[in-house]
Design a protein around this ligand. Structure first.
Ligand SMILES: [Zn+2]
Length: 196
């Protein structure tokens, strides 16, 4: 008999008895459990999009003050795109679902979360748009994402794929702390919008 222990939405496969052939439904259940475990693992690897966007918005408010772009809305929009972009390497993220082949070839929090990723994609945007200002917006958003992920306990590999040295912090995704950070960021953003 196939057994599952259900703890905190995690299904742990405890195995078959020796010489026992699983039935079709048991095999299907085993696959479902494996998919569930992988889904949860992937979820834990990624900070939530809204936290990244709230942090990027804070960076944008400060950057607008110093850089004074002609089109502030476009500047902020590109900065937020930069902040969402690195998780394109995650099959469950919104961008990753749209560009799903990327997560087949690139490790999550690998190249797309490295200094090389920041440099190459910012240069590509500059090459295509010819705009220093909007390339800076993208760079700031991208860098804010990498910085925030570096605070997560899973960390990032800034020199991936050359060096697999990790930079990591303490924060776990989807926990009370991340929600608290999100609400503090929103409060600070509203305060700065009112003051600036
Ligand atoms: Zn990320």
């Amino acid at each position: 008999m196939l057994q599952f222990n259900v703890t905190n939405r995690n299904y742990l496969l405890t195995g078959f008895r020796q010489n026992e052939t699983p039935s079709t439904s048991e095999t299907v259940l085993a696959f479902q459990a494996l998919i569930f475990i992988n889904h949860n693992k992937l979820f834990l690897f990624t900070m939530m999009l809204h936290t990244h966007l709230a942090f990027a918005f804070l960076i944008s408010i400060l950057a607008l003050k110093f850089l004074s772009p002609a089109n502030q809305l476009l500047f902020t929009f590109i900065l937020l795109i930069g902040a969402a972009f690195p998780d394109i390497d995650h099959p469950k993220s919104r961008l990753g679902q749209m560009a799903w082949p990327i997560s087949l070839f690139f490790e999550h929090r690998g190249f797309f979360h490295s200094f090389f990723g920041i440099a190459i994609f910012t240069f590509l945007l500059y090459f295509v748009s010819g705009s220093t200002l909007y390339s800076i917006a993208f760079l700031l958003g991208y860098a804010s994402h990498i910085f925030a992920d570096a605070l997560n306990y899973k960390g990032i590999m800034p020199f991936h794929p050359l060096l697999k040295v990790k930079l990591k912090g303490f924060m776990k995704t989807g926990t009370f702390y991340e929600h608290a950070v999100f609400f503090v960021l929103v409060a600070v953003n509203i305060f700065l919008l009112l003051v600036f």
